[in-house]
Design a protein around this ligand. Sequence first.
Ligand code: G
Ligand code: MN
Length: 275
Amino acid sequence: MMREEGIPPFGGGDEGAVRQRHALREKIRKAVEKREVFLAFQPVVSARHRDRVAFYEGLVRLYGPARDPIPAAEFIPLVETSELGRMIDCLALEQGLEALGREPSLRLSVNMSARSIGYRRWLDTLHLGLERDPTIAERLILEITEASAMLMPDLVSSFMGEMHRQGISFALDDFGAGYTAFRHLKDFLFDIVKIDGEYTRDIHHQPDSQVLVEALVTISRHFDMFTVAEAVETGEEADFLTAAGVDCLQGYLISPPMLVPPWEEKVAVLDDYID
Ligand code: G
Ligand code: MN
């Protein structure tokens, strides 16, 4: 069997699957080279006042040669441990910082891997962005998954401490998705906990999810963190989560991720006009 370095052991191990992964990886490499990497913006709103946006999440989107989107679920596991993954984190951060620079009222979260903390270009991009515009730190939120933070807890803790002092906030992403440990909430000092979409799905019919979310809300309040429920798709889910005390909601019910977010709409119309 062919062996490819850096590819995590998922999916089939037969040659067809290996070839498919290789082709996808090449497609990703080209997209990154050509900078066909964009952010889509999805609002996170107050659960009680759903017309109030707390912040937007910038979700990275890659495009293939025919401008066909490559789904995040496909490319993230494939590149997470490799240089390509770090490049994608850099491009996402660059674009996030640019958006924050263009729109002074924007609060934005950007996803990052703990692995990027040790990556020079990513850290330089962050420092440069913060230097250019002193208002950006307070409007930037960095999202890290628990699994990623646990890979190098000491490095993540010291990075978070240093960035907190500059005003950046941190969100624990996809909480509950993996081998969750409540002690991470105590050790890492996150400002925001994003409850994995798994617990949102049909929560009004799922007693197990209900108990877990209610416990998480209690714990988050104790540690002074605010909670966001991810992947909210129905009114029933939203109402249950709101009654359970979740602070904010994100998901298709509120809005899908948008390539042209509201604050860019005027610019886009103007571009059409000029064309
Ligand atoms: O890991 P993270 O939570 O950052 O990833 C969010 C992903 O979930 C994005 O790719 C986004 O497009 C997708 N997403 C956003 N809203 C919803 C939703 O309401 N339902 C589902 N199933 N996925 C969503
Ligand atoms: Mn996220």
